[in-house]
Write a protein that binds this ligand. Structure first.
Ligand SMILES: C[S@@+](CC[C@H](N)C(=O)[O-])C[C@H]1O[C@@H](n2cnc3c(N)ncnc32)[C@H](O)[C@@H]1O
Length: 199
């Protein structure tokens, strides 16, 4: 799979990945990681866990992927074609404030995304999805209706998730991702979250 560090790409093979992961029992994937701030923060706070930030856009991850964190890695891939190297390894998935084709795939229950998520996840893997009102409005729906659709698509795909809950302003402000901060201090700070696990 293609990994990135600043401006440098590297094709990481199974053996190299296994070496990087050898000391870790928990592997977390942040899908649509954006600038990767969430991954860096989590990797600093939980040094016994390994964090992978994945995004389709290499420009977004460039700056933070340069940081030297033993337990973090940045991958360039489409969420609809997740790297097979990750199959069965992931113990927790986060999807924070998706937009574009990632959000679209969640809304329609795109098999390319849903099957990929099932493949990379180990049994009982956790998942957290944070959604924001502006992105869902742009996608032609509302925060509530979009969150409800995604909730049902996740259930249909084998994820036992709880019903979406509203995130209040302080939860958004304290959430350690760049997009959460932008939303919290922007014009439309409405957001919802759901969490659960893979059965
Ligand atoms: C609004 S940003 C959120 C970034 C980050 N999660 C945060 O909370 O700050 C959405 C990200 O999803 C990524 N994205 C959209 N569609 C994608 C896809 N199909 N595969 C991978 N990443 C995607 C975009 O490149 C963008 O970086």
């Amino acid at each position: 799979m293609e990994t990135i560090r600043g401006r440098t790409s590297h094709e990481l093979n199974f053996n190299e990945l296994a070496e990087r992961l050898a000391d870790y029992n928990h592997l977390l994937l942040d899908l649509g990681t954006g600038d990767g701030r969430y991954v860096c923060r989590m990797a600093e706070q939980h040094q016994d866990r390994f964090f992978i930030g994945l995004d389709a856009c290499r420009e977004n991850v460039r700056a933070n992927s340069q940081r030297t964190l033993q337990n973090a890695l940045f991958v360039i891939a489409n969420a609809q074609a997740l790297p097979q190297e990750l199959n069965g390894l992931i113990s927790h998935v986060t999807i924070n404030f998706p937009w574009g084709s990632l959000l679209e795939s969640l809304l329609v229950g795109d098999p390319a995304l849903m099957n990929g998520l099932s493949c990379i996840s180990c049994l009982n893997a956790g998942i957290e999805i944070h959604l924001n009102g502006g992105a869902l409005t742009e996608a032609g729906t509302t925060l509530e209706a979009g969150a409800e659709k995604i909730y049902h698509n996740m259930l249909r795909s084998g994820w036992q998730v709880n019903a979406p809950m509203a995130m209040n302003a302080s939860a958004l402000r304290n959430f350690p991702s760049t997009w959460a901060k932008r939303l919290a201090f922007g014009r439309d700070p409405r957001a919802m979250m759901m969490s659960g696990c893979f059965k």
